[in-house]
Design a protein around this ligand. Structure first.
Ligand code: PEP
Ligand code: MN
Length: 363
């Protein structure tokens, strides 16, 4: 990781975090210039706009193409803001590098494709241009990590990750579910790589952006990528989620950037240590109870095997789950958490018992 990482040197807004902003798509010279002029006074560190738009279905606006690069260069000249575009193939990379675009990013529909990522990485070799990698559309950490590794292997040192949420089968609260844990896991694998959150593509609507942005900052994200447009209602892509520069400014002013660590030896740090010791011993107790539960599952499996019973008796599982839900409600626990934990425990218990039947005679 370079000492002087590009994405750690971006200018910060007054609230104290790095913000990348600009329209979803470059639509016209005026739109790019107006939007950049509106954003520049907010202290954003990088101006973004898509000139090639990978759309899920054909027939919608697929980007203005190379002409947009000239508009971005003009916006940079006027405002001093460095500029970023999305690239999805080697032709895009070549055109963007030729135009002197400062930063490139890989979109969610590109990160899913290792061949495309590899080709882009090769085209970037030796360029030294900073690259952001959005998470893949589907919730698979390894695809995201793999894309970052392909770029690193091609010599790209200034890389950053952007969480833009995941398409999930069950329709959740947001356009793309944030699944924060996946970004937290990515940070575990690549501790030095700056992590941004794109609340615009997670929320899918203006009124959810502030809430998600604040959640990201509470999780120690390094910065935000937020879509802004001088006339959002007329935007040709992602109209519902773009903010006017003034709206973005007001939103940023309300964000709270918290300290990552308390000072060593402080009263707060001592209290944190005490509480964490208590959590550690509860975790140890939880694990020993889980181990006892699994030992009983093994005995149950042997009993079922010798009496030729099925592994699953549905009414029993229903009873276990209902009991857990009633207890969860009584204890003020989140029912979804208790459901998830019990489903995992039950699945493990089934796996143990299936194994006992297999060991007995192969079925
Ligand atoms: C975008 O940033 O406008 C975009 C297309 O994002 P994503 O790849 O996250 O869908
Ligand atoms: Mn967009």
């Amino acid at each position: 990781m370079p000492q002087n990482h590009y994405f750690r040197r971006l200018q910060k807004v007054a609230a104290g975090t790095m913000v990348i902003s600009g329209p979803c798509s470059a639509e016209s010279r005026e739109q790019i210039l107006d939007t950049a002029r509106g954003l520049q006074p907010l202290g954003i560190g990088l101006f973004r706009a898509g000139v090639w738009k990978p759309r899920t279905r054909p027939g919608s606006f697929e980007g203005c193409g190379e002409i947009g690069l000239a508009w971005l260069t003009e916006a940079r000249q006027e405002t001093g803001l460095p500029v970023a575009v999305e690239v999805a193939n080697t032709r895009h990379v070549e055109a963007a590098l030729k135009a002197g675009v400062n930063v490139l990013w890989l979109g969610a529909r590109t990160t899913v494709n290792p061949f495309a990522v590899q080709e882009i990485a090769e085209a970037l070799r030796g360029s030294g241009v900073p690259v952001m990698v959005k998470n893949p559309v589907n919730p698979e950490l390894m695809l995201w990590l793999g894309a970052m590794e392909r770029l690193q292997t091609a010599g790209c040192e200034d890389i950053a990750a952007v969480l833009r949420g995941f398409s999930c089968l069950s329709s959740g609260h947001w356009r793309n579910e944030p699944l924060w844990q996946i970004a937290i896991d990515l940070r575990q694998h690549l501790p030095g790589v700056p992590l941004f959150c794109d609340p615009s593509h997670i929320a899918g609507r203006r009124d959810g952006i502030a809430e998600i942005a604040q959640e990201a900052l509470n999780l120690a994200f390094d910065g935000l990528m937020i879509e802004a447009h001088c006339r959002p209602d007329e935007a040709v892509s992602d109209a519902a989620q773009q903010l006017r520069p003034e709206e973005l400014g007001a939103m940023l002013a309300r964000l709270v950037v918290r300290q990552r660590d308390s000072s060593p030896g402080s009263v707060c740090q001592q209290r944190l240590n005490e509480l964490r010791t208590e959590i550690d011993s509860l975790d140890a107790a939880l694990l020993s109870i889980v181990a006892r539960r699994m030992a009983i599952s093994r005995t149950l499996g042997e009993l079922k095997r010798s009496n030729n019973l099925t592994v699953l008796q549905s009414s029993r599982w229903e009873q276990v789950l209902n009991h857990a839900r009633v207890e969860a409600a009584r204890l003020g626990l989140n029912i979804r958490l208790v459901d998830d934990v019990f489903k995992l425990l039950h699945q493990e218990s089934i796996d143990i018992q299936q194994q006992i039947l297999k060991d007995d005679g192969g079925n």
